[in-house]
Design a protein around this ligand. Structure first.
Ligand code: BDR
Ligand code: CA
Length: 319
């Protein structure tokens, strides 16, 4: 089994990342940390606990993480996920477990350090404040990480602005600290919007989910219908929605009958100005060293080479 830690802001699509990490036999889910993002820290934490109760895994410990980025106020996404962060169903149960009191990054450190070197997967499906704090406070953790799989960014498209994807836009400085951290070079897999928008939960896929009927399936279906509805309202996207976050989980699964194609490059984050939160592909630096890289997209702000990142550019699911 792959030891995995999930850092998330549930979130309709985060809910499916929790579902897979909590129930798929490939994974040993060590714990969940929550992060400001789709809604407030309190709400996303309650959502994580409720989902785990619904999935029959209230034993998975949930640790509330950062309430806001270091350098900015928090931003939420009620237009996409509703005020609670996960609206659209009345079937979410009252959680049977409480949030843990240990600070999230301390719990992450303890759990990840207890795994053998180079074995643990850390999946981040929200803004990157917890992840940045973890590697800044406890640099030794990087050695135990086999893969840091992130849902975020977009190279040819944005969603919160024309340039930027939500998770990166909310805390670009934290994202930048991760994409320039030498000890993570070669360990990062990024699933950007360009990829997640190719994996759509079309009506046919939603229907498959409802058979055979059960309360849990109805709840998941209702969540997907709400998410599909906001994608129509906000993005006028009728064939969808894209279910971003579980793609970052799928990227680390061994036995999935799925091709996950990557390209290797550096990733630069634009932290200021009109293009704030934009992800830009740059040349890979000398491993571990920042350097002047080639500007692939040729925009202001590009130019420093990042560490080695595998950027997902195609998935191929066998049904
Ligand atoms: C990302 O933003 C959030 O709203 C989703 O949960 C996903 O992680 C997509 O841009
Ligand atoms: Ca998310």
């Amino acid at each position: 089994k792959i030891p995995v830690w999930l850092d998330c802001d549930p979130g309709h699509d985060d809910a499916f990342a929790i579902l897979i990490t909590a129930l798929h036999p490939s994974f040993d889910l060590l714990g969940i940390s929550t992060i400001h993002g789709n809604s407030s820290l309190e709400k996303v934490t309650n959502n994580a606990l409720s989902l785990l109760t619904a999935f029959g895994r209230p034993d998975v410990p949930v640790y509330p993480g950062s309430r806001k980025p270091f350098m900015r106020p928090a931003i939420h996404a009620p237009a996409i996920h509703g005020e609670s962060g996960i609206e659209g169903t009345t079937l979410l149960p009252v959680p049977t477990a409480k949030p843990q009191s240990t600070p999230a990054v301390e719990a992450m450190r303890t759990a990840i350090m207890a795994t053998p070197a180079n074995t643990c997967a850390l999946v981040v499906t929200g803004t990157m404040t917890n992840a940045a704090l973890l590697f800044a406070a406890f640099p030794e953790v990087a050695e135990h990480i086999k893969v840091l799989s992130i849902m975020g960014g977009g190279f040819e498209m944005g969603n919160i602005t024309k340039w930027a994807e939500f998770n990166i836009y909310c805390d670009p400085e934290s994202a930048s600290s991760i994409f320039t951290l030498p000890s993570l070079s070669g360990k990062i897999i990024l699933s950007p919007l360009d990829l997640t928008h190719t994996v759509l939960v079309t009506e046919g896929v939603r229907e498959v989910l409802t058979t055979p009927p059960s309360t849990l399936r109805t709840m998941l279906y209702e969540l997907l219908m709400f998410f599909a509805g906001t994608y129509v309202e906000v993005f006028n996207m009728t064939e969808g929605p894209p279910l971003h976050d579980p793609i970052a989980v799928a990227a680390v699964m061994k036995d999935l009958k799925m091709g996950y194609e990557v390209e290797e490059c550096g990733v630069k984050i634009v932290c200021n100005g009109e293009e704030m939160g934009r992800t830009v592909k740059v040349a890979v630096g000398e491993e571990g060293n920042e350097h002047e890289g080639d500007k692939v997209l040729g925009e202001e702000g590009a130019g420093k080479g990042g560490v080695r990142v595998k950027v997902g550019r195609g998935v191929n699911v066998e049904r």
